[in-house]
Design a protein around this ligand. Sequence first.
Ligand SMILES: NC(=O)C1=CN([C@@H]2O[C@H](COP(=O)(O)OP(=O)(O)OC[C@H]3O[C@@H](n4cnc5c(N)ncnc54)[C@H](OP(=O)(O)O)[C@@H]3O)[C@@H](O)[C@H]2O)C=CC1
Ligand SMILES: N[C@@H](CC=O)C(=O)O
Length: 395
Amino acid sequence: MGDEPGKRAKMSKRMKIIPLLIMGCGGVGRQLIHHIVNTRELHASQGIHLRVLGVCDTQSLLMATNVPEAELSDECLKNICHLKSSGSPLSSLDSIGNDGFQVFAVHEIVIRLLDIASSLGQSTGLAFVDCSASDQTVELLNKVLDLGCCVVLANKKPLTAKIELYEKIVSNRRRLRYESTVGAGLPVISTLNRLIASGDTIQCITGALSGTLGYVMSELQGGHPLSEVVQAAKILGYTEPDPRDDLSGMDVARKALILARLLGRQINLENVEVESLYPSEMGPDDMSVEDFLNKGLPTLDEAMEERIKNAASNDNAVRYVCTIDNSRCKVGLLELPENSPIGQLKGSDNLVEVYSRCYKALPLVIQGAGAGNDTTAAGVLADIVDLQDLFHSHD
Ligand SMILES: NC(=O)C1=CN([C@@H]2O[C@H](COP(=O)(O)OP(=O)(O)OC[C@H]3O[C@@H](n4cnc5c(N)ncnc54)[C@H](OP(=O)(O)O)[C@@H]3O)[C@@H](O)[C@H]2O)C=CC1
Ligand SMILES: N[C@@H](CC=O)C(=O)O
């Protein structure tokens, strides 16, 4: 199953090889793997080859043998996606036929990842791609950055850890990309970086930053109950692994914190004002995800329906809105005119309005699908390709 690199490299005279380690093989991680396999020809025509050396989940690390010369073949990558989407562990790939890769158990994962980071970080280069939803990856990522590796994040949690860890991770700005953490595939971070680099001063960012809550609120307007539309958002791949991360406002709070820190605000997650859409007794310490979805949420249907109807009687829509300025970083429900830009949003669309010196009277606006595995993984892939100048070309 392991591919010799020479086979693919022949497609172009000089190929830029980008070795990758993918952490997390859920909705986004698997879609990223599909995108990598499906864009082989496009990337070859651009002189790039993405060499996937390994994939890990919470239980195992599957790594090509003879790294860095060999890589996981496309057939192996497709098998990984197939197995994981059917709920089997990565390690079960062993039983299909182990040719060209090794499986490491959970207690070996970090050691192996650091091993490979120290051998490749300064030589060929290596990019760690965090498609997990874990708050446990930040220390590893800081270590691999110190070893010269690159990091690409779909996971927001490494950027929303306490300020010291955040400052450490972003001190490696050149080797770090995290566009998909805010607005999925939308160019939010890159746009703000360009404004900041040009000396523009950003006064305020406001908008709707949750695909889940955007979808939920617009579906509620259509008369569907909260408990039903949250389940639908989960199936559509918009929610976090635990949808309470969305409904508590914490996922939006993380995005708001990422943006506020990008603007230079030295604040932590607890400094973000957050409105939760469910009571604390339905939290993760008190209820399983299944009980929350099937028993907890239905008890909130009526009150939410009432709130939406009241707003509609005043020609208003209810939206979950984020506001960041020099003094506030706040996320919560607001009633807005139905015909306002945010009030008109439908489905998973996000909308970000940036007010700055250059965009004073009328804001710079970024709008489009802000959640979903496809668009998120596409954003991650674009980030990986954006790192290409840091990697070597090979004959
Ligand atoms: N879906 C979307 O629209 C968007 C998602 N994101 C972010 O993308 C990330 C992934 O989301 P999604 O794919 O939906 O999540 P899933 O829950 O579907 O997948 C998460 C994966 O990460 C693995 N994992 C968990 N902890 C670790 C760890 N410590 N090391 C390695 N792997 C780990 C899980 O392993 P196992 O399979 O063993 O459980 C699982 O394979 C999240 O951080 C989310 O916030 C960002 C923007 C948009
Ligand atoms: N759960 C998130 C996914 C993207 O970050 C959302 O709904 O926006």
